[in-house]
Design a protein around this ligand. Sequence first.
Ligand SMILES: [Zn+2]
Length: 297
Amino acid sequence: MAFLMARREKPEENLWVKCPGCGEVGFKKDLGRNLKVCPACSYHFRMSAKERIEQLIDPGTFQEMDVAILSRDPLRFKDSKSYRARLKESRKKTGHAEALVSGVGLLSGVRVSLAVFEFGFLGGSMGAVVGEKILKAMLRAKEERIPLVTVSASGGARMHEGAISLMQMARTISGRLLLSKEGVPFLSILTDPTTGGVAASFAFLGDVILAEPGALIGFAGPRVIEETVKQRLPEGFQRAEFLLAKGMIDGVVPRAELKKKVATFLYHLWPPAKEACMKKWAKRPKEGASVAGNGGT
Ligand SMILES: [Zn+2]
């Protein structure tokens, strides 16, 4: 009975969601079952870091790391609120200590080092801690010799930390270069939005760069550019499909196909991934043997 009461008292807006793509109103629960993609128009809603990890990583295999690294307030920054208060609020709202969740886990049987942005935490901004966690995820990939997969959703550098946040661009790029030297693959997934210092640093340096349909990807926002150049920007400017047409990214992949596509790339880029796939298929029951040579994800 108490459960029914709780259901009835729940505010209506928490149950329904309106699609910004087509205006359809649907149940939030149904949207969640469909990987947060609108069934009517395929609009891709933003995902939390937790949802993204559940989508990409095999159940029960993710091990979060570097949880105890916490942001400091080097500039004692304050605008309408103090930076410390904003951090506290974001921690409460998202359940994460920072705007990036990192760790290791299996992606279709392949062990990967994963770093996923949490956009709900100060717009997924990259401050010293986010930069440090990305670098550590890179070093983990290098030391363990496992592929690095990042999922970006960020407004860019964290201005509350001033120049320190900008330094994270150089730090993450240097980490990426280490992976190149070791020949460890790096697959970068860009989601809505990937902008500012994140787009202008490691996120665009993947061996393979994939994006979700309709994702806003760029450095400065379209409005700022339009005001600066005093020109109307072309249709679809800074969207994933536009970037693909201009050769900036390698593919636009619908969310439902993303895990399979990433696994396929890992399989081709990284010999140990191929071995892991073979092992996974070898363990499968014999009745499916006729199709076992195909796919492998
Ligand atoms: Zn829609």
